[in-house]
Design a protein around this ligand. Structure first.
Ligand code: SF4
Ligand code: SF4
Length: 201
């Protein structure tokens, strides 16, 4: 049997006498740096449900289902953080730049994988002529606000904003005059129907 070298023996004794290097987690909370990449979190006020983050997610931790049947067509976006690799693509590729952000939350271990998912819904806008999917209502309103005066070249965006204002007014209990609704003389159309309309008329 080889005797331990003196240097190794010294290192072992020093290690035994030194304070511990490991953290005392979970007894003591572990504080991570400010820019640590933890669980992605949606800001539901700033997310417009466009689905751009779903397209750039490399692990399919983000998925999207468009439910077109029923009275209220909706887009459901699901985040499964058990399959997220915290790459940050969703945050970098977010249309509004603030709809989803990686948080500092990292202690995500659990036994129930179904509990590691969250789903958010956004109402969809369909073409009023052919029923084709255009996008979420919230996305149309966001485009209206982003374009400013340029939005007045697109009646569909005006109508989407108008519908939102009417909804807000009704939510606040305000009376909405039935004879001043833009939708009485215009309809929200998808690009194909709009093109057809413009060519034929
Ligand atoms: S951080 Fe990366 S893996 Fe996780 S949800 Fe976002 S894009 Fe997908
Ligand atoms: S890209 Fe941004 S705005 Fe669009 S669905 Fe994802 S988080 Fe929401």
């Amino acid at each position: 049997m080889r005797l331990p070298k003196l240097r190794e023996l010294k290192e072992a004794v020093t290690a035994v006498m030194s304070p511990r290097f490991t953290t005392r987690f979970p007894a003591t909370p572990c504080v991570v740096p400010e820019r640590y990449r933890g669980k992605p979190e949606f800001d539901l006020d700033l997310c417009v449900g466009c689905g751009a983050c779903v397209n750039v997610c490399p692990t399919k931790a983000l998925t999207q289902v468009d439910e077109l049947d029923g009275d209220r067509p909706v887009r459901k976006i699901t985040l499964r953080y058990d399959t997220c690799i915290f790459c940050g693509n969703c945050q970098d590729g977010c249309t509004t730049e603030r709809g989803i952000k990686l948080s500092n939350e990292w202690d995500l271990a659990g036994l129930d994988r179904e509990a590691m998912a969250e789903t958010h819904e956004n109402e969809l806008q369909l073409c009023e002529k052919c029923g084709a999917l255009i996008g979420t209502k919230k996305h149309l309103v966001w485009l209206y606000e982003k374009l400013g005066p340029l939005a007045y070249t697109n009646p569909s965006l005006l109508l989407a904003k108008n519908a939102e204002l009417l909804k807000e007014a009704m939510g606040n209990g305000q009376a909405v005059p039935a004879d001043v609704q833009t939708s009485d003389f215009m309809r929200i159309l998808c690009p194909k129907c709009k093109c057809e309309l413009n060519i034929r008329l």
